[in-house]
Design a protein around this ligand. Structure first.
Ligand code: CA
Length: 438
């Protein structure tokens, strides 16, 4: 799936770009996305008073050269677009006045250093403000959400939670011109192929008449509308739920966008009535090596091992489940079901999936997590994660790549190292663990 990156919600695309870039699956990319989300959630309050320096002559020369290269690229790109069925008429409409957007490249380059702990993400994702806005949004759109739930079998709270994290219920849909953003990113060599595919898809959408080029707005990284679909996801999954002949995810009316998000989850195998995850208590002497995504059991089997819900009772048998410890042995413990993986298809970051899941539970009247997060602990920075991966790999615990992100391969390497050192094998990389490796 194409997920969205950047600007107004990020998580979706960012994770897939991370995946495209790296051997690890970018599990932890949510922390990156997080920074953006938090920033955007308070965008109306955050007015920088810092003076903007005048660009140097040198910078202007660089930018003139880049603009010239962009025009050369654009001309060659249009040949490729024509070969893929984009008409000259569409190309002329879209590209007649298009320029390269330097800010986007700068933002794209800058986002990798964000490193926020999951609890900071969840504080924002499931804040009191978002909860009350979410309840109001559900009330306002209750009729259409009910119809969407009936049609796609995805609970209204889950659809609303996606809407809430992607764009704060439509408040921050982004005002970047998607075609300009994608052209800039496709021109930039870093992930050119990914964004060129998205740009072609965006042109197909305009050509089909679902939206005008001028109204095709979204995040700086090409994610569009209320639920921040990338163009290829739009082509594959967007639906015209209100029946007006257009799949409109951009306008103020969120109907098509909400139905499209539900359609997306349904097509990825959403099971109605199954939780995404349930907070659990682990018994004393819990075998931490069994807390891994590829080790699943029925909740009754977990209960036989002493893994129970926060009320002390066995979790109902909703299906096979794994134990996930987002902050290692110190924080919340979750029993996660197949629906967790379905939300991952929207965005692969654990923080995002847990944010969606927990927000939906709270919107449905559920309680906050009962356990505390290890808030006093600093989390590793991006460069420290890379150092950790380098040192683990050198020590014989292969992380299968050095990308600064804590994906399953890195978690497994951490766990193997912990076992070898006689430490609790929770797979969670801490500052202390890095110090030990040093
Ligand atoms: Ca429509």
């Amino acid at each position: 799936m194409q997920k969205c990156v950047g600007g107004v919600m990020t998580v979706a695309l960012w994770a897939s770009m991370v995946q495209a870039d790296t051997t690890d699956t970018g599990k932890w990319s949510g922390s990156d996305a997080l920074g953006e989300t938090i920033q955007l959630a308070s965008a109306d309050l955050a007015v920088s008073l810092r003076p903007v320096p005048r660009p140097s002559i040198e910078a202007l020369q660089v930018s003139a050269a880049a603009a010239a290269r962009f025009q050369v690229w654009l001309s060659a790109f249009q040949d490729r677009a024509r070969q893929q069925g984009i008409s000259q008429r569409t190309l002329s409409q879209v590209f007649s006045d298009i320029t390269f957007d330097e800010d986007i490249i700068a933002r794209d380059r800058n986002q990798a250093e964000f490193s926020k702990p999951i609890w900071t993400y969840l504080d924002s994702a499931v804040s009191d403000t978002r909860l009350s806005n979410g309840r109001a949004a559900m009330q306002r759109h209750r009729q259409v959400l009910k119809q969407i739930e009936a049609e796609y079998g995805v609970e209204k709270e889950v659809v609303t939670a996606i809407w809430g994290l992607e764009t704060s219920f439509g408040s921050y849909r982004g005002s970047s011109r998607t075609l300009r953003s994608l052209a800039t990113l496709a021109f930039d060599a870093r992930r050119a192929q990914f964004f060129e595919t998205q740009l072609i898809a965006a042109l197909q959408i305009v050509q089909a008449g679902d939206v005008s080029a001028a109204n095709m707005l979204g995040s700086w990284a090409g994610a569009m509308g209320h639920t921040q679909f990338m163009p290829t996801s739009y082509l594959d999954h967007a639906v015209d739920f209100d029946g007006d002949g257009r799949r409109d995810i951009w306008s103020d009316d969120p109907t098509d966008a909400l139905a499209s998000a539900a359609s997306y989850l349904a097509q990825h195998g959403w099971t109605k009535g199954q939780p995404w995850g349930v907070e659990v208590r682990l018994p004393a002497g819990f075998d931490y090596a069994s807390a891994r995504r590829d080790f699943t059991r029925m909740p009754s089997e977990w209960a036989a091992q002493g893994v129970v819900g926060t009320d002390g009772n066995a979790v109902p048998d909703h299906g096979r489940a794994a134990i996930l410890l987002p902050a290692g042995g110190q924080g919340v413990a979750l029993m996660i079901f197949d629906n967790f993986s379905v939300i991952e298809a929207y965005n692969g970051a654990d923080a995002y999936v847990i944010g969606i899941g927990h927000l939906s539970d709270r919107l449905a009247g559920g309680v906050s997590f009962q356990s505390n997060w290890p808030r006093a602990d600093r989390v590793l920075s991006f460069s420290e994660k890379k150092e950790l991966q380098t040192r683990l790999t050198e020590a014989g615990f292969d992380t299968k790549g050095i990308d600064g992100r804590t994906g399953p391969n890195t978690i497994n390497a951490v766990r193997a190292y912990q076992l070898a050192q006689g430490l609790r094998p929770d797979g969670y990389p801490t500052v202390k663990l890095l110090d030990r490796l040093r």
